[in-house]
Design a binder for this molecule. Structure first.
Ligand code: C5P
Length: 223
């Protein structure tokens, strides 16, 4: 569905690790021609750079410099998904100055007015209230998401076990939910999308319907 030029919609999509928010956000972005920002990549990039350059002291000065130079290309680096980087990302994501540094990047991205941002705190902190027209919150049972991730990871790492994948997901969700600053939780008025018992086709249908309803609510007949 190609949206008319004048139609604007800003969507926030939050959820735990492996909840389906990235897949769901990609589907929405493609269907409605929206720009997509996976905000986790910003945190991952910071963690990756800190690890690579061994900058565990004076993080603030170092990150200030690198955040200014973030480009889409830099966020496509496959190393951002290394297990070590993934684990460290949740640690640095708890630090207030890290979140503050990445905030303006996300706010600027949303200025296009035709976009979807996915992460942990988009609907609650980055684009709360009227700053996003539609707030989605993805969830999925631990067992199901661990099964899905395990099959995915197994393609590249034959040695990985189901238990390792499940524990890593559980730990990350716990860290993201329990942290003091910007914890993972549904925004007020968020539509909950539970992906535990649905396949991708069913998820697309559900999501497209939700977005369509939000557009209808905003634009009525002029859609
Ligand atoms: O979504 P993704 O798995 O790439 O996120 C990696 C990590 O980045 C999360 O586990 C979380 O600790 C952090 N994150 C965050 N806030 C966001 C997006 C990601 O704290 N908006």
């Amino acid at each position: 569905m190609k949206l008319k030029k004048k139609i604007k919609i800003v969507i926030s999509a939050d959820g735990g690790a492996g909840s389906g928010k990235t897949t769901g956000s990609r589907l929405i972005a493609k269907k409605f021609g929206l720009e997509l920002l996976s905000s986790g990549l910003l945190y991952r990039y910071c963690a990756y750079k800190l690890l690579k350059k061994n900058k565990f002291r004076n993080k603030k000065i170092f990150l200030k410099k690198i955040v200014k130079k973030i480009t889409n290309k830099k966020l496509k680096n496959k190393n951002l998904y290394n297990p070590e980087v993934t684990e460290y990302t949740s640690t640095i994501a708890k630090i207030k100055f890290v979140r503050d540094l990445l905030r303006s990047f996300q706010e600027n991205f949303a200025k296009s007015g035709k976009c979807i941002l996915e992460g942990r705190d988009i609907g609650t902190v980055i684009l709360p209230g009227a700053k996003s027209d539609l707030k989605l919150f993805f969830k999925c049972s631990l067992n199901t998401k661990a099964k899905r991730r395990f099959l995915e990871y197994k393609k590249n790492n034959k040695k990985i076990t189901f238990k390792q994948v499940k524990n890593a997901l559980k730990l990350r969700d716990l860290e993201d939910t329990k942290r003091k600053i910007s914890p993972l939780r549904p925004a007020k008025g968020a539509v909950i999308v539970d992906t535990s018992k649905i396949n991708i086709k069913q998820m697309s249908a559900r999501l497209f319907h939700i977005v369509y309803v939000a557009l209808k609510k905003k634009y009525g007949k002029s859609l």
